[in-house]
Design a protein around this ligand. Structure first.
Ligand code: NAP
Length: 252
């Protein structure tokens, strides 16, 4: 593997068995980082880590539910044991809801908040000592275009959670601004991943394309490239910002 701008760095990517997390793990590894690939999906996650190792990189897979404090502690312990440090935390794992607000059950609302919002809180809280020790820690929280807009008026829990990530990221960025840890949020538009599978072939697919000025869905690799920029020293003066990777959706 070629040397790169993340040589010597260690990254933990959640939800990394699929979609944006998988592309990000591969991209960070290709730039020299050792990667802790975490997810609920063991077989697919192991395959991502194995693929990185087969390409000459360093990676392990850890089973990890981001809504569980115990799972976070175990994932960070595995990171310490295998790679001794943590420089980059990508809080990527996420789930969506689709129903309008009147049809959303409390239990379903709270589940989405637990994964998409509380998972990010737990990650930053529990990884903080390692990120501060890094001396050039970088946290990238994956929000959404739906973290700053009302979208199509459905998916209330998703919007609430992604909106919370937007300001939680700025809050943590200020808290650590002088402490060597940068925190930024990424706001993907409609990206062609398994998360969108249920929309494929429905009128919503056409709506996603037609409301995106570039006239297509994004690719996971296009989000991974933005994450790789924020992860390393090219972004050394960038903290508390929102980076949109959305084909122009929010420019309207
Ligand atoms: P994806 O292909 O579904 O990948 C997400 C991965 O996270 C899946 O492997 C999923 O496993 C896993 N996951 C779900 N709940 C988890 C939990 N509690 N703990 C750990 N892992 C969990 O989705 P994606 O499109 O790459 O999405 C990645 C992130 O980008 C999400 O935060 C999403 O909200 C955000 N995003 C996506 C888009 C888009 O258009 N795709 C747009 C804006 C923002 P399961 O398969 O078991 O659920």
């Amino acid at each position: 593997m070629d040397s790169g701008r993340l040589d010597g760095r260690v990254a933990l990517v959640t939800g990394a068995a699929s979609g944006i997390g998988k592309a990000t793990s591969r991209r960070l590894a290709s730039e020299g980082a050792a990667v802790v690939v975490t997810d609920l999906q063991d077989e697919a996650g192991e395959a991502v880590a194995a693929g990185i190792r087969d390409g000459g990189g360093r990676a392990i897979f850890v089973h990890h539910d981001v809504s569980s404090q115990a799972d976070w502690e175990a994932a960070l312990q595995a990171t310490r044991e295998e790679f001794e440090r943590l420089d980059i935390l990508v809080n990527n794992a996420g789930i969506g809801d689709t129903a309008p607000i009147e049809e959303t059950e409390l239990e379903d609302y709270e589940k989405t908040i637990a994964v998409d919002q509380t998972g990010v809180f737990l990650g930053m809280k529990l990884a903080a000592p390692m990120l501060i020790d890094s001396g050039h820690g970088s946290v990238i929280n994956i929000s959404s275009i739906f973290g700053t807009t009302g979208g199509f008026g459905a998916s209330p829990a998703y919007h609430a959670a992604k909106g919370a990530i937007t300001t939680l990221s700025k809050n943590a960025a200020l808290h650590w601004a002088a402490g060597g840890v940068r925190v930024n949020s990424i706001h993907p538009g409609f990206i062609d991943t398994p998360l969108l599978d249920q929309a494929k072939g429905t009128p919503f697919e056409e709506l996603m394309v037609s409301t995106t000025p570039m006239g297509r869905l994004g690719r996971p690799e296009e989000v991974a490239a933005a994450i790789a920029y924020l992860a390393g020293d090219d972004a050394s003066f960038v903290t508390g910002t929102e980076l949109y990777v959305d084909g122009g959706y929010t420019a309207r």
